[in-house]
Design a binder for this molecule. Structure first.
Ligand SMILES: C[S@@+](CC[C@H](N)C(=O)[O-])C[C@H]1O[C@@H](n2cnc3c(N)ncnc32)[C@H](O)[C@@H]1O
Length: 240
């Protein structure tokens, strides 16, 4: 297992996630994770690929990603919380995946240690919406930089919705902004504004709260493919 230490940030959100890491791990283990599993399926990591997960937390999906890329692939996890990184490291070693994983204790706003165009797929579940808009833009700019020209980005985030669970969530966030820190975002608009073309999107629920998933590619990739006259997979929309 390669562990790269880049930050020892005491700031938000590191301090908050450091504090809740043990509880989060226990809670994540028992919750239905169908929406996150679907994101893995839609992103479709393949044997031999390099996949980077932003904000893996305790590493539940890192294990799945390691299984998908197989012994010739590589999985990189970058998380700003040192406590989460420790939980992910222990999980990957327990599952025998230390040889194909690298963990970076750092902020996804600065992925300097990952070279341009070297990542086949990026996975980000329940993390983009914990960042303010300028932070999200910076992270997505880094994603564009490190993705291979035919690379893909899979994101799952809380959705804006008029449904009762979403309104209850928004109410909790207004009452407890420090504890309920994730924003409900318009995922497709956020991705397109950051220079991605959305290839597929779907609605889902995570513990009853509406979420949205999308797989996107760098927009220049779409233009080039279309200019060459080859078939570009049209946007697929799934509603639940
Ligand atoms: C809500 S948890 C989601 C964990 C996991 N993806 C899941 O679905 O259970 C958000 C995670 O993102 C991490 N995180 C938040 N902001 C980050 C940033 N700027 N760079 C890297 N990781 C970040 C947090 O430390 C935390 O582990």
């Amino acid at each position: 297992m390669r562990l790269i230490e880049l930050v020892r940030s005491g700031g938000e959100p590191a301090a908050w996630y450091d504090r809740i890491a043990p509880i989060y791990e226990r809670y994540v283990r028992w919750l239905p994770r169908g929406a996150v599993g679907r994101l893995v399926d839609e992103l479709d990591p393949r044997p031999g690929e390099t996949v980077l997960e932003i904000g893996p937390g305790p590493g539940t999906e890192l294990v799945e990603l390691c299984e998908r890329v197989g012994p010739t692939g590589r999985v990189v996890g970058v998380d700003v919380s040192g406590e989460m990184i420790e939980l992910a490291r222990a999980r990957l070693e327990r599952r025998g995946f230390g040889d194909r994983a690298t963990l970076i204790h750092g902020d996804a706003r600065s992925l300097d240690h990952v070279a341009d165009g070297t990542v086949d797929a990026i996975f980000a579940a329940s993390v983009l919406e914990s960042l303010p808009p300028d932070g999200r833009r910076t992270v997505l700019g880094e994603c564009r930089r490190i993705l291979a020209p035919d690379g893909r980005l899979g994101v799952l985030s809380l959705a804006r919705s008029e449904r009762l669970p979403a309104r209850l969530y928004a109410g909790c966030r207004r009452l407890l902004p420090g504890a309920v820190d994730c924003r409900q975002i318009d995922l497709v608009a956020v991705l397109e504004a950051a220079g991605f073309a959305v290839r597929s999107r779907w609605s889902d629920r995570l513990v009853g709260v509406p979420v949205e998933g999308a797989v996107a590619v760098p927009a220049s990739d779409r233009r080039r493919t279309n200019d060459e006259g080859s078939t570009f997979m049209p946007l697929r929309v799934f509603e639940s």
